[in-house]
Every structure is written in C-alpha cells, then in structure tokens.
Design a protein around this ligand. Structure first.
Ligand code: 9WN
Length: 439
C-alpha cells in the first residue's frame, strides 16, 4: 500500500487539477454538467482550500459569489452564470427579481445554503501567502458578511430561541436526508404534479438522486416562496416547512466566531459577532442535545418537537466549539455508529447510520459518504483535541478520493464513487485535508 505522503501528494495534485478544470475565469463551477453554476457553500469550500495555492482565484471566487447577494443580506444558494446551461431549477423557476431585494443581475436562486463564507475569508487571512492582500479582501467583504449573518440572525429566528431556521431542504445542503421526511410529508401532495422537467436524472443515475415525489415538494416549496416575493416575514408566517438544523446552526456559530476574528484582524469591534456566536453555541448545546440518542438533533419548528433521526451531522457542533466537555466524549463514542471502512480502509462517516431503517447506500443524502460531513466532523474533533479520531477520518476521506476520484458522494459499503465525477468541493476538501495548516 502506498505510504501516506505519497497518497497525499497524489491527491493534492489530482484535486488541484480538478479545480483548475472547473475554473471558469472568475468562479469555479460546482461540477461539470450536473452543476454548471456557482453554489454557495461549495464555493466557500473551494475558496478555503485555494487560499494556500491560488490566492487571487480564491479572492475572485468569493467576490463572484457575493455579487449575487441581496439587499437584505440574503446570500443565494446559486449564482447563475450561463443561463442556458441546463440545470433545473434555473432562473425561470426562481424568478428572483420578484423580490425588490434581489439584484437586477446576476440571476440567483431565492434561498440560502450553510454559511461557510466567514470561515473561508478568515482562512485567507491566516493561510494565504500574501496577508496584506487577504486583509484587503476581508476589509471589502466584512460589511457583506455582517449583512449575511444579520439576515440569518434576524430574519430566520422566532421569539424564544436564537437558533436559525430553514425553509427548504436545499437550504440544509443535505437535500433528501431522512431528517426532512416528516416535514415534507405534511405538504399537501399537489393535485396535479407541477409541470417541470428534471435535468439531474438525465446526467446522474436516478437511483443516486432524490425521487420525483421529493422533487415535487421541492418545486412546490420554491413556488410558495416565490409567490410571496421571498419576503421573509411572509414566508415565516406561511411556510409548512421550518426546521432548525444542527449542521446549519453549527456552521453559523463557527462562522460567527470567525467573523469576530476577522473584525479583530481589521481593528474593528468584534462584539456583535461574538454575541451571535455565544448565544448560538449555548442554544445548540442546550436545545439540540439528545440525552436519549447521545448526539445533537434537529428541531421541527412547526411541531415544536425534535426530529428523531440521527445523522452524522449530529456531530457538527464540535466544529462550532459548542459542546460541553462531557458531550465531546459522548460524541467520540457516537462516531462509531456512522463509521464505515469501505473495503477495510480507514473509517469515513456515512451520512446515515447503516443501522437506520432509512439507510440506503445509493440514495444521495440517505447513506452515502459526503466529503463535507467528514471534513466538518474531522475538523471538529481536531479542534477539540481528539486528534487521533480526526486524523483517521481525514485519512479515510483522502484515501477514498485517491482510490476512486473526486466524486460527489461515495457508496458507504464498497467506496465506489456516485452522483458525478470531478466535483469541485470534493476536490477542495480532499485538498484541504492534505494541506498543512501552518502559517
Ligand atoms: C441543489 C452542488 C449542490 C450541493 C448540495 C447538494 C446538491 C443541488 C442539487 O448539489 O444540491 O442545491 O441539484 O441536487 O445536495 O449540498 O451544494 O454541489
């Protein structure tokens, strides 16, 4: 078997090559064919990883994404580029300009994705070769980041809790996770199936994508928000889908802390992002911990109850530094429930425990290994001082990509790549996993 450094060297080279092929001059498409535009959290991961290698492009990546930001701070989950590139749903379904907050150009979606952006900007300051340049970028982006976090902390909360809520499964980034099954089941089945044509199932294997019934509901939820011009108060009032997600809130709490660090680098007052981070960390630990399941659980805002589905994202609060010390130890024990060592290799996290009744090794977020979940949990363990677990999860991801390529997801039973190949954020996170973070 090749030694670790040889494997890392080869993954680094291959990942940089994937990112170079997906580079479009000012942004990185999320993947060839299946995802031809710029996706929000994918793009933040790409910028984070490129800080060490292509600083100017990492900067362009972030500026390009923020060019799609809305006046109310919302950072859309897709910034569309070539409007003819086949992707469904494209600008014609979103009609983002129905909102007075959306920019006239570029066309964007009208929902969000997890906020990894401040983390990516702090990474530029800490690790990019030209710190002065990184600080100039941070100075330019700081007000936009504050507006983005403010939108989440103000528009996505209800009285009684600082936890932010999601109004569409796509906002979680874990589109068809069983986490959303009950909430989606509450949606009236549209009498006539909405009329649209999926593109994804003509490119990727339909068995590795969400079902048509799920897509009907995704489209229905978009239409409901579009019909109220994406006005946050109206959506909050009428949406049948409102959840407080552990992964999203953890990434936000982490990013709030990183925003406070950026403020300190810039000589600004970090008090507001520090307060956001502190309140969110405390709420994650007190409102989301499950004494029964020994992981953190999502909350359904409509029923007021926890969502009793345990996924690997239930370990994400480690990355937010939100866990009381005894809970870190419990999460270290819980990790085994999600661990699979495809073909006897080092462990990686399946998105859902193989023991769960909904586990499906092929179906997208219902079992397959996703690099982002591995990266978040591995980073969380590393920063909690559990470096052996961290190193083994990180090594598992690097070896998976080495053996199979930069696929979107991996079959948790045999490791083979699924979804589509040459995926930018897979390459980015594998690259980051074999990059030394020493300034
Ligand atoms: C919908 C781009 C995105 C990721 C998501 C992943 C998938 C889109 C889709 O691809 O979602 O946003 O069409 O399936 O679930 O996490 O950001 O890679």
């Amino acid at each position: 078997m090749a030694g670790v450094s040889t494997v890392e060297e080869s993954v680094r080279t291959a990942s940089l090559a994937v990112l170079a092929r997906n580079w479009r001059g000012s942004f990185t498409r999320a993947a060839p064919r299946l995802y031809p535009h710029q996706w929000s959290w994918d793009s933040a991961c790409v910028a984070l990883a490129l800080a060490h290698y292509r600083q100017a492009d990492a900067e362009a990546e972030l500026l390009s994404l923020f060019a799609g930001q809305w006046r109310n701070g919302l950072l859309p989950h897709i910034r569309f580029f070539d409007e003819d590139a086949p992707y469904f749903p494209g600008p014609e379904l979103w009609e983002s300009r129905r909102s007075g907050d959306a920019p006239a150009r570029p066309a964007t979606s009208g929902i969000v994705q997890p906020p990894v952006h401040a983390t990516a900007v702090l990474h530029q300051i800490e690790y990019a070769p030209d710190r002065e340049r990184a600080l100039r970028l941070a100075r330019a982006l700081y007000p936009k980041l504050v507006a983005w976090h403010r939108y989440l902390h103000v528009e996505r909360v209800r009285p009684g809790s600082p936890l932010v809520e999601l109004w569409h499964p796509w906002e979680s980034g874990m589109d068809n996770s069983p986490l959303w099954d009950d909430a989606l089941a509450r949606l009236d089945t549209p009498e006539a199936r909405p009329s649209y044509r999926r593109v994804d199932t003509t490119i990727a294997d339909p068995r590795e994508r969400p079902t048509d019934a799920e897509y009907d509901r995704y489209v229905d939820l978009v239409a409901r928000q579009r019909d109220v011009a994406y006005d946050p108060a109206s959506v909050r009032e009428m949406t049948p889908f409102a959840v407080r997600d552990v992964l999203f809130n953890s990434l936000l709490a982490r990013a709030d802390g990183d925003l406070a660090s950026i403020a300190r680098w810039l000589g600004d007052d970090p008090a507001r992002p520090e307060r956001w981070a502190g309140e969110l960390r405390a709420a994650i630990d007190s409102e989301m911990w499950s004494h029964e399941h020994h992981v953190y659980l999502d909350l359904d805002v409509i029923t007021g109850r926890p969502i009793e589905v345990c996924t690997a994202s239930g370990l994400a609060p480690l990355f937010a530094r939100a866990c009381a010390p005894d809970r870190v130890a419990e999460l270290a024990s819980a990790v085994e429930r999600f661990c699979v060592g495809a073909r006897g290799g080092p462990p990686v996290l399946a998105s859902l425990s193989p023991d769960d009744a909904s586990f499906d090794p092929r179906r997208y977020w219902r079992g397959p290994v996703w690099p982002m979940l591995n990266w978040v949990v591995a980073s969380g363990f590393r920063e909690s001082g559990l470096v052996e677990i961290a190193a083994s999860l990180s090594d598992g991801l690097v070896r998976l990509v080495h053996e199979h390529g930069a696929f979107e997801q991996f079959n948790p039973l045999d490791g083979h790549g699924q979804g589509c190949a040459e995926v930018s954020w897979t390459a980015a996170l594998a690259l980051d996993s074999c990059t030394s973070h020493v300034t």
